[in-house]
Design a protein around this ligand. Structure first.
Ligand code: UT7
Length: 324
């Protein structure tokens, strides 16, 4: 049975940084509230010419370079996004064309903040069951474009950016790569985090609407349960985790996970303070940040988990990199 290695990681953040104090004054919010309730200090926001596709391409370039593989060797491209450049075609085909990757499947996945976990699951399953050997998995979001900038309960929470993983199939080293994963949705909770528009509903893009308190409760419970299940499937104990890279939505969720799962807080990567919530991009962005800061190293056991609109959620356990 082949296994799927993660051999390259890359990310991109828009240059424009907005601190809490620089948010529009009409929002009736303040730095103290945002920091205390969310841990967020700033967010990166796209400007003219920066699109979900251009950020995805920049993150992908870095991941390809990092994996030291040629663009032409990629067999499959998946972009997880809720904020594509256009309703169609998929953002993934723009990545394919711009990077000269050549003909092969390229498509988007829409599972909002859980999108990267979904893309990882779908991408690794496809590699295992086909003659493809390398996949480019991207999470890229311009979430600022679907925020209601007069709603302080949502607009202060999100940021823009992109991150990418290179997946490679291997018939050796079975103890490396994706060790276990799961993903779930429960559409009964679709109304607690959604947009109030879409092509078929009212031909609008729609703006983000959220019952934050309800989502918070589900987040702590479901992020914990899927992670425990993934650890069990990988035949590992919580103590075996070198780092948890959770979806970055709220520092209080991260702290609650630390307590509930008994994972020391210094083993949980936290970038919500500087990136805010970047939806499907948050896990690869945080992962790349932890690599740059020399926290995550080749061979580390890393847990990933995310939850978002749907509700959709899931977790993966990986042994990062490949044997030297
Ligand atoms: O990525 C998908 C997953 N998303 C999440 O996991 C988000 C989960 N939810 C959360 O992170 C939190 O629920 C929020 C950060 C969204 C909200 O925090 P909270 O502690 O649940 O606050 P709340 O919604 O209960 O609001 C408390 C108060 C309210 O005022 P009153 O009614 O007590 O007078 C709000 O109107 O805080 C007020 N408030 C604000 N005040 C200043 C809400 N937003 C703001 C704001 N600035 N930005």
């Amino acid at each position: 049975m082949s296994n799927i290695l993660i051999t390259g990681v890359g990310s991109y953040l828009p240059k424009k940084v907005i601190s809490n104090n620089e948010l529009p004054v009409n929002l009736d919010t303040n730095d103290e509230w945002i920091k205390k309730r969310t841990g967020i200090r700033q967010r990166h926001l796209v400007t003219e010419g920066e699109l979900t596709s251009t950020m995805a391409i920049a993150a992908a370039k870095k991941a390809l370079q990092n994996a030291n593989i040629d663009n032409k060797d990629i067999d499959l491209i998946i972009v997880a996004t809720t904020t594509p450049d256009k309703t169609f075609p998929a953002t993934a085909v723009m990545v394919q064309s711009e990077l000269n990757i050549g003909i092969g499947p390229a498509f988007d996945i829409q599972a909002v903040c859980a999108g990267f976990i979904y893309a990882l699951n779908v991408g690794s399953s496809l590699l295992k069951t086909s003659n493809f050997s390398k996949a480019l998995i991207i999470g890229s979001e311009s979430f600022s474009k679907i925020l209601d900038w007069s709603d302080r309960s949502t607009s202060v929470l999100f940021g823009d950016g992109a991150g990418a993983f290179i997946l490679e199939k291997s018939n050796e080293n079975s103890e490396w790569g994706i060790l276990s994963s799961n993903f779930y949705s429960n559409g009964n909770f679709s109304d607690i985090l959604h947009t109030d528009g879409g092509p078929s509903l009212n031909s609008q893009v729609g703006k983000v609407r959220m019952n934050g308190k309800e989502v918070f409760k589900h987040a702590v419970e479901k992020l914990s349960s899927c992670l425990i299940e993934a650890m069990y499937s990988a035949n590992l104990k919580i103590q075996d985790i070198d780092f948890l890279v959770p979806h970055q939505a709220n520092l209080r969720i991260i702290e609650a996970l630390s307590k509930k799962l008994d994972i020391p807080i210094n083993k949980i990567i936290n970038t919500v303070d500087v990136h805010a919530n970047t939806s499907a991009a948050s896990i690869p962005l945080a992962f790349d940040n932890a690599l740059e800061n020399r926290k995550i190293k080749n061979g580390d056991i890393i847990a990933l988990n995310a939850i978002g609109g749907g509700l959709s959620w899931g977790a993966s356990i990986i042994k990062y990199g490949k044997p030297d």
